[in-house]
Design a protein around this ligand. Structure first.
Ligand SMILES: Cc1cc2nc3c(=O)[nH]c(=O)nc-3n(C[C@H](O)[C@H](O)[C@H](O)COP(=O)(O)OP(=O)(O)OC[C@H]3O[C@@H](n4cnc5c(N)ncnc54)[C@H](O)[C@@H]3O)c2cc1C
Length: 347
């Protein structure tokens, strides 16, 4: 049976360390328990929040009045092994970075540049987690999800998952509980070709080169730690959700009309992605910029991370986020959108 806990502050379970109490908190260590909890909530029409690592949610100070399902399922299984590739089935609650470490140790290539990203494996398809030139859409071959509408678990193909930049059919959609994710990884001691210029420079390699898996993982972890992007309880620059805003994607004509000297990445579909961090800094919000008497602030290491400095509240964090969003809108006419899921609060 899942274990219900009462009235605990959800801030205990979020990387921001923010969020008021849960009505009920149910911890599921088995997939069956998690599915039963979701099925019962759907049958009775009670509100349910699925929470795993809590690293991509902003929970309101009033908390969540319904049931919170804390996913703690574990397990990694090889479901197909060929000389050139393996397919691994990973339980949703498995810690993502433990899986990456496991893959690197076993000589399985394809997720090494996603080292150090907090949270669970089951949450990675939700926003198509990505960093340093890799995203999970490159290696996912199926997402197993309990579909509340049909009352069954089914294996969804990558096309059905609708992966896009920090998005998928799962984001802002409570129809599915992801139970397992299947990844196809190459059997190789070398990384996938390095696509990200900053990472290539740090590795002393050229974009497109392959390097030792371990070297890729260690270098990514070092780069991320320097930006406060690896969780560290003693470093308040990491008390965040990672990037608070996504990078704006504009139609090419709009980008040209803006005539900005910003770094930018044109895509094949005629759109142009611009770094939100560049816009935020140019709009007058540098690293360390404080909000609400310094209880919350932009990280001192990364302009995109909004952090709780210890005495913060969700209200204060969102007020800082609004100030930044409105400042960028006023300066450039570009709207920033939040990357995390907002629970019982709005921007
Ligand atoms: C320091 C830091 C650095 C980060 N760096 C990156 C980065 O480089 N790239 C990146 O993409 N993200 C990054 N993130 C964001 C975050 O780590 C990822 O989005 C991660 O995948 C969230 O996992 P989680 O288990 O913590 O999800 P949670 O925060 O627990 O949940 C997030 C959302 O997914 C839903 N959800 C979670 N699990 C399931 C499930 N099994 N089934 C259905 N719905 C589910 C929740 O209901 C919620 O809506 C970073 C965050 C932090 C704090």
């Amino acid at each position: 049976m899942p274990s219900p806990l009462g009235n605990e502050a959800l801030g205990t379970y979020t990387t921001l360390r923010l969020g008021g109490p849960a009505g009920t908190l149910t911890v599921a260590t088995e997939t069956d328990e998690a599915v039963a909890t979701v099925r019962n909530a759907y049958a009775t029409g009670s509100p349910l929040l699925i929470l795993a690592g809590g690293s991509n949610v902003v929970v309101g100070d009033a908390g969540f009045a319904g049931e919170v399902l804390l996913l703690r399922t574990r397990g990694i299984e090889v479901v197909r092994a060929r000389p050139e590739s393996v397919v691994l089935r990973v339980a949703a609650g498995e810690v993502w970075d433990d899986f990456v470490e496991y893959a690197v140790t076993n000589g399985w290539s394809g997720v090494e540049c996603l080292s150090g990203i907090p949270g669970s494996t089951g949450a990675t398809p939700i926003q198509n987690v990505g960093a340093y030139g890799q995203e999970v859409a490159h290696t996912i071959v199926a997402v197993h999800a309990y579909d509340r509408e049909h009352g069954t678990i089914r294996a969804m193909t990558p096309a059905e998952c609708g992966f896009a930049y920090r998005s998928s059919v799962f984001k802002h959609n409570d129809r599915y509980l992801v139970t397992h994710v299947d990844f196809r990884l190459e059997v190789s001691d070398e990384s996938a070709p390095i696509r990200y210029a900053e990472l290539a420079r740090s590795l002393g390699a050229n974009p497109g080169d392959r390097v030792a898996l371990r070297q890729a993982r260690d270098t990514v972890l070092k780069l991320r730690a320097g930006k406060g992007m690896v969780l560290d309880p003693d470093d308040k620059d990491t008390w965040s959700v990672g990037s608070f805003f996504t990078n704006p994607v504009l139609p090419a004509e709009r980008w040209t009309a803006l005539a900005l000297d910003a770094p930018h990445w044109p895509a094949d579909d005629g759109t142009v992605k611009i770094p939100a961090a560049w816009l935020i800094e140019r709009a007058g919000f540098p690293k360390g910029y404080p909000g609400s008497a310094g209880t919350v602030a932009i990280s001192t290491k990364h302009t995109l991370a909004l952090t709780n400095r210890g005495a913060g509240t969700t209200a204060a964090l969102l007020s800082l986020a609004r100030t930044i969003r409105d400042g960028v809108q006023a300066r450039f006419g570009i709207e920033l959108h939040p990357e995390p899921v907002l629970v019982n609060c709005t921007l």
